[in-house]
Write a protein of this length. Structure first.
Lengths: 220, 220
DNA sequence: CACAAAAATGGACGATTGTCCATTTGCTGG
DNA sequence: CCAGCAAATGGACAATCGTCCATTTTTGTG
């Protein structure tokens, strides 16, 4: 079998190479354990038991435990963006529609669920003591900020102080969404996605009265 | 010395009984370690070294490590309320003034600082796996909710749907403040208290246009 | 089919964890 | 001043941690 064919097979194979599959299994198992037991309760023994692999596997694929945890953070970040992207691409071209899509995404079951927020806040709690996690938190935040700002600055055009208005709207929306996540994290059963969405739209309608109303309806 | 006098001395003594002092030293030392190293990095050895006490002290004052951590959570919660109370009692009698005082308090250096938020988010990260912490988070949240709601419901009087408006305003303000805390936690150097305050007031002004404006000025 | 390389295993290691308890210290009432 | 009791100590304990590596199993190639 020629070399290019072998590489081709690797590309089109339905099940990825075992090495990659095992690596992925470890990442997913680690995410599961973190979601259930937090960072402090996550040990390599628990992870490999969950993954159904042997203990040595971890150090075959990752330099150490910290590298494994960092990979989980990267995995979560990637999944967040991938899911958000679906909502954005389904939305219309106007700023209002993009903003509505962003908020709908951040409150959707695909993105905002107990499994995900448990992991997210577990990492955040330990972020201060490990700078590696902060990097991912920061890049996520900065990209999100840009996305919101780009949409808001267009709505703010013509107002008295567009930059300040767009900045305030961006920071406010992100803070409000973040606060809603915390609310969901602390009271997942009481939480109502529709109410959360309405409150965020009320905030947006307060700043851009000609663009939104409190029901999330987009005005002309 | 008579019995009542002895008790009186205990009450008025400047330095509290040694047993209580040591207990307090452990709680404060634990809080310090959590703030620096997170929950996962907090061990009894580190705590007693910081407190300058022997290892056995912990189990003399607390049933186990979990009880010590829970006491730290209680301590943090108590200090939060004590400091918030100062701001509220200094405020005027109107609902607007009370709300302004609450927001000013939550953004003040006394309440919102790196030491405090590190501890707060460290606990939150491990909250899911230990229900003891959730209880304090919940009681704090419920009391805060009531305080905000009582103020907002008066402002909402006369509006079309007062209860819904007051509920939305309460949840929104708490979520917004929570989000600002997260912003401070992740970017303590970039964070600007004035900007945060202005954004929150813009939200309030959007819901109660006759009561606030975006500069935090209270309208008649 | 045989052989070399890679992947995977799991026992062993020292360090550290939370907990326990026999011993020592310090204070107080008689 | 001393007896008695609570406070405080720190060494010892088993359990668990992350890590390492000699060994076995699987895989791919000539």
């Amino acid at each position: 079998m020629s070399q290019w064919r072998k590489e081709m097979d690797d590309l089109i194979t339905e099940t990825p190479a075992k090495k990659i599959r095992h690596r992925d299994m470890l990442v997913r198992a680690t995410a599961d354990i973190i979601s259930e037991s937090g960072i402090a309760g996550t040990s390599i023994t628990k992870v490999v038991e969950r993954a159904g692999l042997s203990r040595g596997m971890v150090h075959l694929h990752f330099e150490n435990k910290a590298a494994l945890l960092l990979e989980v953070a990267r995995h979560m970040s990637d999944e967040y963006y991938a899911r958000q992207k679906v909502f954005i691409s389904d939305a219309g071209p106007t700023s209002q529609e993009k903003l509505a899509a962003l908020i709908t995404a951040d409150l959707s079951e695909e993105i905002l669920n107990q499994y995900t927020v448990n992991i997210w806040y577990a990492f955040r709690g330990e972020a201060r003591s490990d700078n590696g996690f902060m990097a991912y938190s920061d890049t996520r935040d900065e990209a999100l900020y840009e996305t919101y700002y780009d949409a808001y600055i267009k709505l703010a055009a013509g107002s008295e102080n567009p930059q300040v208005l767009a900045r305030d709207a961006t920071r406010g929306t992100i803070a409000l969404t973040e606060g809603m996540w915390v609310d969901f994290f602390l009271h997942p059963l009481k939480f109502n996605r529709g109410t959360a969405k309405r409150i965020i739209f009320r905030f947006m309608a307060g700043l851009f009265q000609t663009a939104f109303n409190q029901d999330g309806a987009i005005l002309t």
